[in-house]
Ligand binder design. Structure first.
Ligand code: NAP
Length: 247
């Protein structure tokens, strides 16, 4: 399949996990891919291994988002697809949640995503499309991740509001909602290997599919939403969670 021939795609957080798998998938389908991320080491390694264009930026800071798009414009000009994927996963019980944790999660997952889309608008071609990375937790109450879940519910909502606003430009906006997906995100929690294994074991029992998602499972869904195969899909959510939130 060459659904992205002559298309330029921008993926925030394209240096790891779901973003990286999606960058590889869309490039394999013909796209010119720009990846962004904070860590220059993994960013440049991914870019040189796979032939992506790399732009380093922290989406939690508005001036960096503006610089990111200035650099993208200088390197590739306009683009056709934006996958607003960059995000962090952190949590704490309600009683122990600090203002700093609240701000960090909302600054990156909600404010960062909002302005990633807003500031993309002058650079995104009419008829293009945007995929937002939400999460299957947007429909469930899980202990210890209230703010993370709230940011992802907000992201799901933004797919609807952005769609409504961008209709005149024929820009489709949709959300992908992954379930538990095997990526480096869990290694960033600061848990010991034993704690991580115990958490994974407990979680796995709840997944009807009997396995965690791979980043490639999610990339396949993003590729669908971003392609013309999804031309009639607007403001929707594609849940890819092995049945976790459904059964
Ligand atoms: P990951 O491997 O940790 O990747 C996260 C990506 O986001 C990295 O490329 C990271 O770049 C980037 N990022 C984080 N904060 C950033 C910031 N302030 N500015 C720029 N880039 C930033 O995790 P992942 O699982 O692929 O997560 C990708 C998205 O999927 C997230 O939005 C996450 O919430 C969502 N998601 C994941 C799961 C799951 O189970 N894995 C489930 C549902 C939803 P650096 O490494 O350079 O910081």
């Amino acid at each position: 399949m060459n659904r992205f021939e002559n298309k330029v795609v921008v993926i925030t957080g394209g240096n790891s996990g779901i973003g990286l798998a999606t960058a590889i998938r869309l490039k394999a389908e013909g796209a010119k891919v720009v990846i962004t991320g904070r860590d220059p080491v993994t960013l440049n390694a991914a870019a040189s291994e796979h032939g992506f264009v790399a732009v380093q930026a922290d989406v939690g800071k508005l001036p960096e988002i503006d610089r990111m798009y200035a650099e993208i414009a200088a390197k590739v000009g306009q683009f056709d697809v934006l996958f607003a994927n960059a995000g962090i996963y952190k949590g704490a019980p309600l009683a122990e949640t600090t203002e700093a944790l609240f701000d960090e999660l909302t600054d990156i997952n909600l404010k960062g995503l909002f302005f990633t889309v807003q500031r993309a608008l002058p650079h995104l071609r009419d008829g293009g499309n945007i995929v937002l990375n939400s999460s299957t937790v947007n429909t469930k109450g899980w202990p210890g991740i209230a703010i993370y879940s709230a940011t992802k519910a907000a992201v799901r909502s933004l797919a609807r509001s952005f769609s409504a606003e961008l209709l005149p430009r024929k820009i489709r906006v949709n959300a992908v909602s992954p379930g538990a997906t095997f990526t480096p995100i869990f290694g960033r929690l600061g848990l010991s290997e034993a704690e991580l294994n115990a958490t994974a074991e407990g979680l796995l029992k709840m997944v009807p599919a009997g396995r965690f998602a791979t980043a490639e499972d999610i990339a396949a869904g993003v590729a669908y939403l971003a392609s013309d195969d999804a031309a009639y899909v607007i403001g929707a959510e594609l849940t890819i969670d092995g049945g976790l939130a459904q059964i």
